[in-house]
Design a binder for this molecule. Structure first.
Ligand SMILES: Cc1cc2nc3c(=O)[nH]c(=O)nc-3n(C[C@H](O)[C@H](O)[C@H](O)COP(=O)(O)O)c2cc1C
Length: 373
């Protein structure tokens, strides 16, 4: 499974693990893979705390940080996070806030304590992601910066390169991959529609080889639907230099999630996900529930664009994750995950997952070799 990328990054297996949980980042990197911390939900101050913790728990292993700077969003051009938030708050119709509040109340989701303030603008703008990049670049063990939802601005690419690091970017269409390459991205992450979180509509099996061909010799990581080593063998056979995974890490021992949410994932099948704009404003794959159905129903307000819809739902995310097991919370909770959820049936450690993927990969390669004898 050793590819050129393994040497460039100093890792044993080209298995990249996207997660919002620092324990998972450290455990995956310690097991020979490459953990990547999703920064989107962290303030710059909190991101500093997370990176410092990872630095202390990852020995001399490398890890990555993932930002979200979309290609297009409301308020683009305003680079002061405070001003941007003030400007955006005024654009949110009351109807959207009331619709979300009623869904939570109808499902018995408790209110947050009065002193638990949450900021409403997440890191999914250039204004909010730039301070996160500043933090990430201060941590020498961060060897890779990734960006979701678009080609990052040129100054971000230049800063990452000037710091001696690699920059990667996700995409779900061939023309987006070509745009990444033209902008100087080092690693293209091709994510098929099966993937969890924001995702396009082309399946992995069809997308990966097209992107690999279109951006060659730029290395491509195959993403979307990977849950077995045999799929890694398939991706590498197509010419990918590794795999980028996300959903798999939601149910590992090290994951910092409420038991009720983990239960929802463990009991779901591959038919239980949907792409919905109801949480963030862009199509995002998640578990289907009353929330996703309600936003699609007749008379429901149309989800706003990014980051406005996320500002509408910020409180709902905070309440449904904090009180995941209360009332009928799971019916209105934000549970992003890919179709591979149907293959996630037990809770294991990150090391066990990595070693099993590696073993299944070897078995698959041997199966193919036996066919040639
Ligand atoms: C819960 C969850 C949150 C995600 N958030 C982000 C994100 O903030 N940034 C990002 O680049 N990708 C994000 N993704 C997508 C992953 O990076 C990855 O591409 C995807 O999970 C791969 O497909 P898989 O879920 O089938 O493994 C998220 C995925 C999940 C499951």
């Amino acid at each position: 499974m050793h590819t050129k990328l393994c040497d460039r990054l100093g890792i044993e297996f080209p298995i990249f693990a996207f997660t919002h949980c620092r324990d998972v980042v450290a455990a995956v990197s310690n097991a020979g893979g490459f953990g990547v911390l999703g920064a989107v939900g962290f303030s710059p101050e909190q991101l500093e705390v997370e990176c410092k913790w990872i630095d202390e728990h990852v020995g001399d292993k490398p890890y990555g940080v993932d930002l979200v700077i979309p290609q297009k969003y409301e308020g683009m051009g305003e680079l002061d996070p405070k001003k941007l938030e003030e400007q955006l708050v005024k654009m949110i119709p009351l109807q959207h806030r009331e619709f979300a509040a009623k869904l939570l109340a109808d499902h018995g989701v408790p209110e947050l304590p009065a002193d638990q303030k949450h900021h409403s603008l997440l890191g999914w703008t250039a204004a909010t992601a730039t301070p996160q990049l500043d933090v990430a670049l201060n941590h020498p063990k961060v060897k890779l910066i990734a960006n979701a939802l678009g080609t990052p601005p040129q100054d971000v690419i230049d800063r990452v390169h000037a710091s001696g690091r690699l920059i990667a970017a996700l995409c779900g269409r061939v023309h987006q991959a070509v745009r990444h390459k033209q902008a100087g991205i080092d690693i293209v992450i091709a994510q098929g529609t099966e993937g969890g979180g924001h995702t396009g509509d082309i399946g992995s099996m069809v997308l990966w080889p097209q992107i690999i061909e279109a951006v060659a010799p730029t290395p491509v990581l195959a993403a979307g639907g990977i849950g077995r080593g045999s799929q890694i063998a398939a991706a590498l056979a197509m010419g990918a230099e590794g795999v980028w995974t996300g959903s798999l890490w939601l149910t590992v021992e090290e994951a910092d999630a409420e038991p009720a949410q983990i239960d929802s994932y463990l009991h779901a099948t591959s038919e239980d996900t949907v792409r919905s704009r109801s949480w963030t404003g862009k199509p995002c794959r998640m578990l289907k529930n009353d929330w996703t159905v309600a936003w699609e129903s007749e008379g429901a307000p149309k989800p706003l664009g990014m980051p406005l819809q996320g500002m509408v739902t910020m409180e709902a995310i905070a309440r449904t994750s904090r009180y995941a097991g209360a009332g009928h919370t799971q019916q209105v909770a934000f549970n992003p995950v890919g179709q591979v959820v149907g293959m996630m049936k037990d809770v294991r450690s990150c090391r066990e997952v990595i070693l099993e993927l590696a073993q299944e990969y070897v078995d698959s390669v041997e199966r193919l070799q036996a066919m040639q004898e």
